[in-house]
Design a binder for this molecule. Structure first.
Ligand code: UGA
Length: 450
């Protein structure tokens, strides 16, 4: 929304949330206090805020005044009842639709921005048409393809913008109104209009394909470790085939983030609900492979440290699900930590952007152990050298650039010997690390010497 406001100074955009603390943070004069860390975001907010971009808790007023309303609420995987563990929880979408219906006194275009199961727009339409004050609503689907860490760049220069709408005259008019807003900075040929269901499904499928590539290369990383191939070399070789392409072929400790797993589970649920079991099983395998990747990373640490990590200190460099973000949702680090804590390890975490509170909250949410136990077993520190001192092993969970720049000799001097580094991101230079003296192992690289 900030970029939309920055690029369209003549349009007034009000972002509303019932969470007062969050809105206060968006209004904070200290731009380093914004609730989300994203490179380039504070500059965009600085330019537009107070000019045509406003943050407020007065939801009803903003609904009443708006001609267009974007619904961008959370749609987590259901943790209860029918579809538990698979389907998206549409509670917040429904509440938003009911509030719009109750408050609106003039015609509006309502746009679904949150990723949703296919046919949710229809549910929003039913609620609006049946509980509204007789005003007309057009529902559009305009799902977001930006990735965290590169969000501002992705928004300024997207591969495409997708807008789904009703194929009626009114539907086309509504789509055109939204196309115009994007066309102020994006070439028209990159703005696609489709029917609503194609748009909704495309979002899930795009994420499923991207996650599938990561699980595919991660599956190959295990094979590389057994055969003596190097997964980066395989990625480079296959990525140069223009039909495959080089992106999303970086082997890792497993994908995380708020969307990949949730969207695939959603796809699996939809397929199952139509009785398409082979389709469901096919996509579910992407998640199974990802869980396996996280598990085997943890198991490798245990087996390398002489089959026990009980009472040993293990340092995590990185907790975020990828670099350049403070988002930790579904981060591989959480699950690797859980597996190691089950083996009674003590964990020290350093992440340049993630707060101590967030790390403990992530562990508490697992409900594997009590908050007290989590605080006894896990320590969060603000200095990477302190995090690594007197440790039995260092595990790299996030690909932060700064990890490459550390004085690894200094770190080597301070750790317990033999010194182990487990690189879950294939980030460091293996030769440098072994020359220093580390026992260095990375995802997708064999320890075989034959
Ligand atoms: C993803 C999609 O890339 C966006 O297009 C989409 O809009 C977004 O989800 C969403 O639905 O909101 P995001 O989760 O922010 O974006 O980040 P990605 O760059 O896709 O990375 C996801 C995970 O895959 C990260 O844990 C990352 O480290 C991992 N990954 C990615 C790899 O392990 N290897 C790769 O080659 C690429």
């Amino acid at each position: 929304m900030s970029v939309l406001a920055q690029q369209n100074p003549e349009i007034k955009i009000t972002v509303v949330d019932i969470n007062e603390e969050r809105i206060a943070a968006w209004n904070d004069s200290n731009l380093n206090g914004l609730p989300i860390y994203e490179p380039g975001l504070k500059e965009v907010v600085q330019e537009a805020r107070g000019r045509n971009l406003f943050f407020s808790t007065d939801v009803d007023k903003a609904i009443d005044e708006a001609e267009m309303i974007f619904i961008s609420v959370n749609t987590p995987t259901k943790t209860y009842g029918q579809g538990k563990g698979l389907a998206a929880d549409l509670k917040y979408i429904e509440l938003s639709a009911r509030q719009i219906a109750r408050v609106a006194t003039s015609d509006k275009i309502v746009i679904e921005k949150s990723t949703l199961p296919v046919r949710t727009a229809q549910a929003i339409k039913d609620i609006l048409d049946n509980t509204g004050n007789g005003v007309k609503f057009q529902i559009l689907s305009n799902l977001e393809f930006l990735a965290e860490g590169t969000a501002v760049q992705d928004l300024l220069n997207p591969d495409r913008v997708l807008i789904g709408g009703e194929q009626s005259e009114e539907g086309k008019e509504a789509m055109e109104a939204l196309v115009k807003i994007y066309a102020s900075w994006i070439p028209r040929e990159r703005i696609l209009t489709t029917n609503v269901w194609s748009s909704e499904l495309s979002k899930l499928v795009a994420n499923a394909f991207l996650a599938q590539r990561v699980s595919s290369i991660n599956a190959i990383s295990e094979l590389c470790e057994s055969t003596g191939a190097d997964v980066d070399e395989v990625s480079r070789a296959i990525g140069m085939d223009s039909r495959i392409g080089p992106k999303f072929l970086k082997a890792s400790v497993g994908f995380g983030g708020s969307c990949f797993q949730k969207d695939i589970l959603n796809l699996v649920y939809i397929a199952k609900s139509y009785g398409l079991n082979e389709v469901a099983d096919y996509w579910e395998q992407v998640i199974i492979m990802n869980d396996h990747q996280k598990n085997r990373f943890a198991q490798n640490i245990v087996s390398t440290l002489y089959n026990t990590v009980s009472g040993k200190r293990i340092t995590f460099l990185g907790w975020a699900f990828k670099k350049d973000t403070n988002d930790t949702r579904e981060s591989a680090a959480i699950y690797v930590a859980d597996a190691l804590l089950n083996e009674r390890a003590k964990i020290v975490v350093y992440d340049p952007k993630v707060s101590e509170d967030r790390i403990y909250a992530d562990l508490d949410e697992l409900n594997t152990r009590t908050p007290k136990e989590n605080r006894e077993l896990v320590t969060v520190v603000n200095d990477p050298y302190e995090a690594c001192a007197d440790t039995h092993a260092i595990a790299i969970l996030t690909e932060w650039d700064e990890f490459k720049e550390y004085d690894w000799k200094r770190i080597y001097e301070s750790v317990i010997k033999p010194a182990f580094v487990f690189d879950g991101r294939k980030l460091l230079n293996p030769k440098n690390m072994t020359d220093i003296g580390f026992h260095y192992s990375a995802i997708g690289v064999s320890k075989r010497t034959d």
